[in-house]
Design a protein around this ligand. Structure first.
Ligand code: ZN
Length: 247
């Protein structure tokens, strides 16, 4: 089974379509790690598309905030404005869909996935120490996580944590990670709609567990078109700038 792993789409329909086009024919099933909406200008288009794709899906912190499961007090002022805008623009049936998304961790066919940390869906995993709980306690050798919008991850073997950093070449391209026997992994596919790791291309992963290979992809998309829609929607300027910089 080959999985397309999507995370942090953040209401960016152009980045989602570019990712799906780049991945076409290379996977059988989709896993989605949450944060399908918020920040971007296309909450309904993205939610409609996700519902149609029917992935195995869990919720992210922005899905919770937009649908009112949590308050906005933990968000900075820019994120609060975006969440309010998103909540006001989502059609009722899309808001209902987002509100019913289950919490992680979830597992399918030997792969486990979470939005943030293994033990806390809202916690960030940036550093090796933060990945340790998932590396030790996940029921699967390979666990996918999102939330940080950084592509890469961590490995664990014989008591040692390793940091995995991949740099896919220019254009629509991937860097492949070959899974080593006896090693456990916490892997982040990166963010489709708002990358923060310095590469503005849409990020996702393809997991081929039969062949023990994970491909970390980047796909270019029309960022300027998304920025225009954000400006037209009067979404906060720092969010418009951010998708251009990939930070
Ligand atoms: Zn996110």
């Amino acid at each position: 089974m080959r999985f397309l792993v999507l995370s942090d789409i953040h209401a960016n329909a152009t980045a989602l379509e570019a990712s799906l086009a780049a991945a076409a024919g290379r996977y059988e099933r989709i896993i989605c790690l949450g944060d399908i909406v918020d920040y971007g200008p296309d909450p309904n288009e993205v939610t409609d598309r996700v519902r149609e794709l029917a992935p195995v899906i869990i919720r992210g912190n922005h899905d919770k905030a937009v649908s009112g499961i949590t308050g906005l007090e933990s968000f900075n002022p820019v994120a609060q404005l975006a969440a309010q805008w998103t909540r006001a623009h989502l059609r009722p049936e899309n808001l209902t869909y987002i509100a019913q998304l289950p919490a992680g961790p979830a597992s399918v066919d030997g792969v486990t996935f979470v939005h943030g940390a293994y033990h806390d869906e809202d916690e960030y995993v940036f550093a090796p120490a933060q990945a340790l709980g998932g590396l030790m306690d996940s029921p699967s050798t390979v666990t996918f996580f999102g939330h940080t919008h950084y592509q890469g991850g961590f490995s664990f073997r014989a008591g040692q944590i390793g940091v995995i950093q991949l740099r896919p070449e220019h254009g629509p391209n991937f860097a492949a990670l070959r899974l080593e026997p006896g090693t456990r992994y916490m892997l982040n596919p990166g963010s489709v709609g708002q990358p923060r790791d310095g590469d503005p291309r849409a990020a996702f992963a393809i997991a081929d567990l039969d062949h023990q290979v994970i491909e970390f992809w980047r796909a270019p998309y029309d960022i300027a078109a998304v920025q225009r829609r954000m400006r037209d929607a009067s979404l906060p300027y720092p969010l418009v700038e951010r998708i251009g910089a990939g930070r």
